[in-house]
Ligand binder design. Structure first.
Ligand SMILES: Nc1ncnc2c1ncn2[C@@H]1O[C@H](COP(=O)(O)OP(=O)(O)OP(=O)(O)O)[C@@H](O)[C@H]1O
Length: 320
């Protein structure tokens, strides 16, 4: 099957997995369009690695259906292996060998006609050419991670799974890894990544799914997820309690939240320019002196925390 013609790269429905009596995945559903970057975002222990292991045929689900490029992972694992690659949290490279030797070995495993040529191409692509003949034992964490991804690309996968690709990397290496993931995606590869970093999901993903205690509690583009929280909250600060109190009385028609100690007022508006102008005019006309103001736009972290808090009250009963 041709991936270019196939719209859905990954399709998951009703996926469940228990370990002993613990239900780690509670019947999750999602699909990933070909050519996109999909991020499964969740805290430690949310079930991300378990999901990736099932999607990549390393672990059997208790129930549910997973298809990669139309192939059922349980029934056609070999076909799935031809399409995917997996790079895990822990590097699979052999530290005794050099970077180039690792890649050549992988090329031989894939029966490439010219493993050395492929190794050189990948070393160049990942900016590792100068270090090609050094033993991997002297590579930095970031270099090892790059080599690990390079190894997974030897077989020209159409769908790549990256399990927490930047965990443990310094900000510079993380940034360079993000660029590489974007480049890979631009070359036509579908990317499925797990991360616990909100910023990473926001920077890279077309679609983000928030996995919390084995359930997907929200899914959408970063913008769609941000729309979950109200836009147009403005924060007004006042020099003294008197101005704060007068502003509060004048703006009674709006929903507000007051922090008396900080002499701050949060006003919840529809975010429209006319509304903001009306608020400022009302205060100005009544000679209320505003010390400072800011428009608060919720970021993904606010959304993540709000959603997790909201779901916290719901039952997490196990079905195992
Ligand atoms: N083989 C196993 N046997 C028993 N429990 C397991 C096994 N694998 C995972 N778990 C449990 O399943 C839960 C989810 O683990 P998983 O590794 O999928 O989470 P994660 O979201 O990838 O977390 P992290 O970000 O820490 O890697 C955890 O409570 C973990 O202890």
């Amino acid at each position: 099957m041709n991936m270019e013609e196939l719209k859905t790269a990954i399709s998951v429905s009703g996926l469940r997995k228990c370990f002993q009596d613990k239900e780690v995945l509670k019947g999750i559903d999602f699909s990933v369009s070909s050519g996109t970057i999909y991020a499964l975002l969740g805290s430690n222990g949310a079930g991300k690695t378990t999901a990736v292991r099932i999607l990549t045929t390393l672990l059997k689900a208790d129930s549910g259906k997973v298809e990669i490029a139309g192939y059922d992972v349980g029934k056609h694992p070999r076909k799935v292996h031809e399409i995917i690659s997996l790079t895990g949290q822990f590097s699979a490279v052999d530290s005794v060998l050099t970077g180039k030797e690792n890649l050549i070995m992988m090329g031989e495993l894939h029966h490439l006609s010219s493993p050395e040529k492929k190794a050189c191409e990948l070393l160049k692509y990942f900016g590792l050419s100068e270090d090609a003949d050094k033993s991997v034992s002297v590579f930095s964490g970031g270099m090892k991670r790059k080599l690990d991804i390079a190894m997974s690309l030897v077989g020209n996968p159409k769908v790549i799974f990256l399990d927490e690709p930047t965990t443990g990397l310094d900000p510079q290496s993380r940034y360079s890894m993000w660029n590489m993931i974007r480049d890979l995606n631009h070359s036509g590869v579908t990317v499925f990544l797990t991360t616990q970093y909100l910023e990473e999901a926001e920077q890279l993903a077309d679609i983000i799914a928030i996995l919390d205690q084995g359930s997907i509690i929200a899914e959408g583009t970063p913008e769609e997820l941000k729309a979950y929280l109200p836009q147009g909250v403005i924060k007004l600060s006042f020099q003294d309690a008197e101005n704060l109190e007068r502003a509060k009385n004048l703006l009674k028609t709006y929903r507000m939240s007051m922090e008396s100690e900080k002499r701050e007022l949060l006003v919840f508006t529809d975010g429209k320019a006319d509304t903001l102008a009306e608020i400022f005019y009302r205060l100005y006309k009544n000679k209320v002196s505003i010390q400072d103001f800011a428009r608060l736009t919720p970021d993904l972290e606010d959304v993540f925390l709000a959603m997790i808090q909201e779901k916290g009250g719901e039952s997490n009963g196990s079905l195992c």
